[in-house]
Ligand binder design. Sequence first.
Ligand code: HEC
Ligand code: HEC
Length: 336
Amino acid sequence: MPPINSPKRIVTACLLMATGAAIFYSCQTDVKGKEKAQPVVVTPSLLQVDTAAIPNDKFGEAVRYGMELMYNTAYYIGPAGVNGKYLGNKMNCNNCHQQGGTKPFSFNLMLSHEHYPQYRAREGHVLTLAERVNNCVTRPHNGKPLPLDSKEMVAFLSYFRWINSFVPKEKPSKGAKNLEVTFPDVAASPERGEPLFMQHCARCHGKEGEGKMRADNITYTYPPLWGNSAYQPGSSMHRIIKQAQWLKANMPYDKATWDKPFLSDAEAMDIAAFVNDDAIHHRPDVKSFDYPHLEEKALDYDRGPFADTFSIAQHKYGPYEPMISYWKNKGLKAAY
Ligand code: HEC
Ligand code: HEC
């Protein structure tokens, strides 16, 4: 407790993520106005949920359907969906948001419920979580948006609220953000990425990135990485840094874990460069008018115009450090 005569205390929580533990500095101003940092070590808890705890009521019903939709998206709302035809491909949300969006470092969705409505640079305005869900329905799934009051949208949102209830309130949550990658000094290279892809990825996703359809033809055993049935270029998965961060924690599927990645950072970047090379790999395209405010454009977004003088190729493949410094010198933080 502060001494009775102390001036009003200013408490700032500074969060620092480390590999094993996160440290909160509560920066307090004492009586003489001097700052004294008092580090308190807090062990971050790994995000996880208990599906047995879904309530047996109407809300629980929506949560269950939302969870079903995450895993079996194509079956319910795919091109031949039994409950509606919305998606343009037969992929499932779970292909990227693994374990129903609860797997740490796999574009984890456990904090989404509390993070929206949120200003989004890509659209240049505030989006609700429902609108953000539809971004994934339209872009990675190449589909048409779910009506906001549909049973499916309500189910997704109920599920996100429910998984959010497992986020520890006192501790930092580990795995909500992506794993970081160290940027190499050189540009990521599709030429270096190709043999690495053939060695580490083609055995499941195919030499042509076509994936492998399940025998029932409803969805994939191994989802496609490019071609007409894959994610659109306007998807975040198409950005080299984003994809490399995800690959590092999650692929090859049977070898990588977030705490023991298989690919080196440079390999993950080169493979992402090969997978997302539009000169050799076709994917469904739509004209999108993203990032209305140029200075907010993500660094690795590969469509001009840009607010800086770097080329499209450098935006896409790097090297990124010179661009980060450029923005830093202007007093701005590059987004990626
Ligand atoms: C091809 C991969 C892919 C598929 C398939 C996919 N998403 Fe996403 N999703 C992403 C990426 C990438 C992001 C952005 C993550 C980031 O910025 O770190 C994202 C972000 C989101 C977010 C916002 C998370 C937040 O807290 O800001 C939601 C919600 C979401 N996806 C829901 C879905 C749903 C629901 C489906 C299925 C209908 C789906 N996604 C399918 C790749 C995918
Ligand atoms: C052992 C088989 C296997 C290997 C090897 C493998 N993957 Fe995957 N990959 C999967 C599976 C299965 C999924 C879907 C995960 C799920 O639904 O839980 C997936 C999902 C993906 C996705 C997201 C969905 C999509 O289709 O866009 C990408 C991107 C991806 N893998 C890239 C790669 C890359 C690059 C490599 C090589 C470094 C690789 N994978 C190696 C099995 C594999």
